[in-house]
Design a binder for this molecule. Structure first.
Ligand code: G3H
Ligand code: 13P
Ligand code: NA
Ligand code: ZN
Length: 307
């Protein structure tokens, strides 16, 4: 069935993390779900506002329902980065089992008020809520690197935020960022801060956004076959493994899916210039997503056989 994140997070807390993969179409969903099934892994499929705009809510809903029925897995269907009450309500009403309200851009008190409102609505309908406190820094932000520290999640505020809102999980900022360009020099996460937050909120599920590794093999393949992706860098796998033992229960991955799919399609076109049936290139793209996700589940998330 479609399930909330509650039992998944309980099961993995302190040991490993559940992968939360962004989905936009059938091939992406199938590749991820096939991997999770073979690994018998808990699974969160998440949908952004952009994904809902691209594919329409109902198509993604029905595709994920089909994936549940076909695979027999329990899957959590989650709204990623809901920016207001309305989109969260629309996803709760429309069958999602989890939503994120991202009030991280708002002043603390306003973030609390908005998150609380979403929690009240979602909980009344049995839906779990992720919130965010602190802002993801990164080289793509206008914010100077020296100012980045001030945007990281404050541990004491995290406690107050969780107590006042009743949110079920909290996304924190410790140095990750969205996209393919996460670090200019050496990759660095503030594990001391993560440790402090986890110690003040024992047993409470934390979430890491911007957690793609930006796998070099796919960047290289994109570039080998006509792409121009320069200076891309992600979160090293050993850092993600470590985060999974420190209270991070959900690790968000989108960029690695995009890179796997694009690299594979570029390679296919370069080697098969006469092909024009979309199945000819979408099939290997789906296969590449599946093997990449299996690798993550087994070697990075460490959540194989955690059902
Ligand atoms: O956090 C952002 C996710 O990677 C989704 O990206 O808004 O382009 O669908 P998107
Ligand atoms: P990446 O861009 O690192 O894949 O992060 C995805 C994410 O955090 C979605 O919410
Ligand atoms: Na999310
Ligand atoms: Zn995110």
């Amino acid at each position: 069935p479609l399930v909330t994140s509650t039992e998944m997070f309980k099961k993995v807390y302190g040991k490993c993390a559940v992968g939360a993969f962004n989905v936009n179409n059938m091939e992406i969903i199938q590749g991820i779900v096939d991997a999770a099934k073979e690994e018998q892994a808990p699974l969160i499929l998440q949908v952004s506002a952009g994904a809902r705009k691209y594919a329409k809510h109902i198509y993604l809903m029905k595709l994920v329902e089909a994936a549940v029925e076909d695979s027999g897995l329990s899957i959590c269907l989650h709204l990623d980065h809901g920016e207001d009450f309305e989109i969260c309500k629309s996803c709760v009403d429309g069958g999602f089992t989890s939503v994120m309200i991202d009030g991280s851009k708002l002043p603390f008190a306003e973030n609390i008020a908005l998150t609380k409102k979403v929690v009240e609505y979602a909980h009344a309908k049995g839906v779990t809520v992720e919130a965010e406190l602190g802002r993801l820094a990164g080289v793509e932000d206008d914010v100077k690197v020296s100012a980045a520290d001030s945007s990281y999640t404050d541990p004491d505020q995290a406690v107050e935020f969780v107590q006042k809102t009743g949110c079920d999980s909290l996304a924190i900022a410790i140095g990750t960022s969205h996209g393919a360009y996460k670090f200019k020099g050496e990759a660095k996460l503030d594990f001391a801060r993560l440790g402090k937050i986890a110690s003040l909120l024992p047993g409470y599920p934390l979430v890491l956004h911007g957690a793609s590794t930006v796998l070099p093999e796919f960047v290289a393949k994109c570039n080998q076959y006509g792409g121009e992706i320069k200076g891309a860098q992600g979160v090293p796998e050993e850092m993600l493994r470590k985060a999974g033992t420190m209270g991070v229960c959900k690790i968000n991955i989108d960029t690695d899916l995009r890179l796997a799919m694009t690299a594979t399609i570029r390679e296919h076109f370069a080697n098969n210039p006469a092909d024009f049936d979309p199945r000819q290139y979408l099939k290997p793209a789906r296969g590449a997503i599946k093997s990449m996700v299996k690798h993550k589940i087994r070697n990075v998330l460490n959540c194989s056989n955690q059902l």
